[in-house]
Design a binder for this molecule. Sequence first.
Ligand code: SF4
Length: 461
Amino acid sequence: MSIRSNRLTAAEYAHNFSDVHPPFESREAALVEAERCLRCYDAPCTKSCPTSIDIPKFIKQITTDNVKGSAHTIFQSNIMGAGCSRVCPVEKLCEGSCVYNLMHEDPIAIAKLQRYSTEMAMEKNWKLFTRKPSAGRRVAIVGAGPAGLSCAHVLAREGVDVTIFEKEAKGGGLMTYGIAAYKVTPQFCQDEVDYILSIGGIDIRYGQELGNNITLAQLKDEYDAVFLGFGVGLARQLNIPGEELNGVVDAISFIYHLRTNELAATAVGDRVIVVGLGMTAIDAATQAKRLGAKEVTIVYRRTQDEMPCTQVELDLALLDGCHIEWLAAPKEVLGTDGTVTGLVCHRMKLGEPDASGRRSPVPAGEEFTIGADMVIKAAGQMPFEGLVAGLDLQHVSGKVNVSSSATNIEGVFAGGDCVNGGREVVDAVQAGKDGAAAIMGYLGLSVETRKATRADIQPIF
Ligand code: SF4
């Protein structure tokens, strides 16, 4: 069988999984880029950031060597600003809105500048926030992913005592377990979680799963409010013959294994097919290639005009040598002796637009087969519908219904992927902030926006 681990040398693994977007090489390089910013009034970049980071302000602070103030500006709006600077699809958010695009020039390298400030803050362990005196209130949060950590940090700043219940052994959620290792390393994710927790007042209990080790009734009894940020996680099935064959895996499990083991320990085939073209599909395809697969083919049922990933992500896959099979949908996984040998696909064509306005793919009447020894399913994730229904939460197909972050159960709030079905990390961070604000209102407390102190704005160079 050609699916095997330990394909490359240690040096090759290190090279293939090195930082995809390296930081500035020097302080001078960061300052030169920061000086390009026009500091637009009504900055479109800030409007495009789901967490509304004051981008012209933090860039201006860099130009005056006030990196501490710059990091404070970022973290005040997005406590996962360091991670987001590495994983946000900035080409469709802040950088995609930068006015330089209108002048047909490169947009300001906002993510790289954000990384410059936030990584220095983490490296130097700058304490940019202090807790208010105890508010005498306790809040339980389910899930230590971006939504849960963001919610926890706002509440901790306001003097609320927070306990997070996390089913995994580490915090960070999707950032730690579901994103390509060449974007964020496990060590970086751990450092980011530690930095967030350094404010104090947040206790994380690992290995605690809602519906298994803990119940919502218990949390409601023991805490003044509950925030649910447990995300999504179940891989969508293809529901085609042969899906049970050896060599068929889902992208979530593939990336999870890669993130929780040595790179050399993750098995990959010689000829790999990835079904789907979202961000997770790209992360699975590129990492399969970087683990040593000889051929990687991504099968997508629509055309480039409808693809869910960004052009930057697609280019990353193409540069890694992945092949894209457009207008192709899986029909059957072929196998011999219980092991994958190929994938039969329908050739598709685009039909009439669906309710969302996207043209629906329909079979064009042809079939073709791609040889493979591994098929990675990346057709999306599903909410935890059974869990949500069992908790008596109102929901739509497993996505929790909320109104201003409040669920139908009094004192229980929710946000992030378990509500929206799975968006970007930065969306979950904002949902956590919204949840914290709603909880503060429910508890009769108010959220103050802390102003930067003199210590924050002193230049550090
Ligand atoms: Fe600076 Fe671009 Fe934002 Fe304008 S749109 S403030 S130039 S980053």
